[in-house]
Write a protein that binds this ligand. Structure first.
Ligand SMILES: [Zn+2]
Length: 307
């Protein structure tokens, strides 16, 4: 999974100097996962006190797993978003915009529009991440329908989001089991989907999902264009199971990734998308440590070359 084999774009000396002297910060975010010990609000308070500067909220826990009033959560997030940006991960469990079953597509459209409504309550410009559809158990002869159905449902969602000043972002899908097809895992498919929807639609690059394609996340981001990436989902796995584990353990070398993030001046936040608080805290420490090393090393080499 090394990025080293892929050529980086040539940077001019002045570009590089400008970046070296800029006070860039690493924007680390947290995906708010369900934990019975933490309400969504307590979770956000705690992780922002630990250096998190972007929050992404998955909606199933807010709407269905706890008794908390969703308007109270929206109001809290609206306040929080004045200082810490907040994005929304649309409802996705059991939904499938690509389904061959029209009832499932209708329920998916309803769930996605409801997700957009929630984002609109937080404020204009809130980003909503969508999962493209999959085949369920439909045979390969139906895969073109999965793509066509997803495009049709997403076009309605994007139109609706535009009317409410909410931004849409497409996430690359993860592991495919036997007989499974998930739309928009590859650069070719996800960029084709975006072309159908419009250039105001961005990408949520899930780095962990790329291990199942044996794809280097840096190369993937360069191909999509870093300026088109709204945020990245950061986690790690061993390439067999989409475990959403801590960043230190797995196929992705986050030292290589953070170095590219710094050197190529990527602006999007790195949202840690794990499922346990100890994984989240460990990943914050891991990524922050790499950032300090990378920025320190580059600062030293720059002053040496200036002599
Ligand atoms: Zn993800």
């Amino acid at each position: 999974m090394s990025a080293a084999k892929f050529a980086r774009p040539a940077n001019s000396k002045s570009d590089r100097r400008e970046r070296m002297t800029s006070n860039r910060n690493l924007t680390l975010g947290a995906s708010v996962f369900y934990d019975p010990k933490w309400s969504c609000m307590d979770f956000c308070d705690y992780v922002t006190s630990r250096g998190i500067r972007w929050i992404e909220v998955k909606l199933e826990p807010v709407f269905y797993y706890s008794k908390i009033n969703e308007d109270d959560v929206a109001q809290y997030l609206g306040e929080l978003a004045k200082t810490v940006p907040v994005s929304i991960h649309a409802l996705h469990l059991e939904l499938n915009a690509g389904s061959v079953n029209p009832d499932v597509r209708q329920a998916s459209l309803k769930g996605l529009k409801r997700s957009v409504d929630f984002a609109a309550k937080i404020g204009p410009g809130t980003i909503v991440t969508l999962h493209p559809g999959d085949n369920g158990e439909a045979p390969p002869s139906k895969y073109y329908e999965i793509r066509r159905n997803t495009i049709a449902v997403f076009k309605e969602v994007v139109e609706y989001a535009r009317s409410l000043k909410v931004d849409i972002s497409l996430e690359n899908r993860g592991r495919e089991g036997p007989g499974a097809y998930k739309y928009a895992r590859t650069v070719e498919e996800i960029s084709a989907l975006r072309r159908e929807l419009g250039c105001d639609v961005k990408y949520t690059v899930d780095a962990g999902h790329l291990t199942f394609l044996r794809e280097d996340p840096c190369h993937y981001i360069r191909q999509l264009g870093p300026e088109n990436v709204a945020l990245a989902h950061i986690h790690n796995n061993d390439g067999t199971c989409d475990s959403h584990g801590a960043t230190r353990r797995g196929l992705i070398d986050y030292e290589v990734f953070i170095k590219a993030y710094y050197e190529e001046n990527w602006q999007f936040p790195l949202v840690i998308e794990v499922k346990r608080m100890d994984y989240l805290l460990e990943s914050i420490e891991h990524l922050s440590g790499i950032w300090k090393t990378v920025t320190g090393q580059l600062g030293i080499s720059n002053s040496e070359s200036a002599c």
